[in-house]
Design a binder for this molecule. Structure first.
Ligand code: IMP
Length: 199
């Protein structure tokens, strides 16, 4: 079965290829299909945005479509940056990953270690041609470090500290990250629903 992975990120496609390995699926991306529609992420939650994207790109492609939405929730900031993770620090446009995690560190100045709890969360939605929808959630818990460390990964990885590893996400290699990440956990959780449709 062909499954559209609603992303323009070839790295994400490869990640899903690994995570959904063993199912009889051919994964294709928006660029593979020449779809240049942009479904706006106007939802207030990761689930709402994942559903909007899955439904929108399924309609555009006529294919079963998987979409995800993810981000960082920091408890001391009431769950921010949350669904705005990619746009944090971007009021004037052109902000980098480093601008974003620096703003996060500034906003957490003076917050003690035990109150710096945070999690990466990912919601995956799959929209099927018969109108059915499956969703799954994955999360990974950690703390926001006092200073960035590590060079792997992207986004907030340098400031996301995992107590059980004694390292930031950016200090862990991709093999470990791809086993424990919010996206990996959500993909593991969605697998049975996709398997049922493939069989
Ligand atoms: P997306 O929904 O996967 O595009 O992620 C939205 C934003 O959340 C990204 O631009 C990052 O800022 C942040 N984010 C999502 N996943 C990760 C991750 O694995 N590491 C670091 N930051 C992430």
């Amino acid at each position: 079965m062909r499954l559209l992975v609603a992303t323009r990120n070839a790295g994400k496609k490869r990640e899903y290829e690994r995570l959904l390995e063993g199912l009889s699926l051919e994964l294709v991306t928006l660029d593979d299909l020449g779809i240049d529609l942009e479904v706006a992420e106007t939802g207030d939650t990761f689930a709402a945005n994942a559903l909007l994207k899955a439904a929108g790109y399924a309609e555009a492609s006529g294919l079963p479509t998987l979409a995800d939405d993810s981000g960082l929730e920091v408890d001391a900031l009431g769950g921010a940056p949350g669904v705005r993770s990619a746009r944090y620090a971007d009021e004037a446009g052109g902000a980098s990953d480093e601008d974003r995690y620096r703003l996060l560190l500034t906003n957490l100045q003076g917050v003690p270690e035990e109150e710096r709890t945070a999690r990466f969360r990912c919601v995956i939605a799959v929209s099927w041609p018969d109108g059915g929808v499956d969703t799954a959630v994955g999360a990974v818990e950690g703390r926001i470090a006092e200073a960035p460390r590590g060079a792997h990964g992207f986004g907030y990885d340098p400031v996301f500290y995992l107590p059980e590893f004694g390292r930031t996400m950016a200090e862990l290699g991709p093999e470990v990250k791809n086993r424990i990440s919010h996206r990996a956990r959500a993909a593991l959780a969605i697998r049975p629903a996709i398997a049922r449709r493939v069989e």
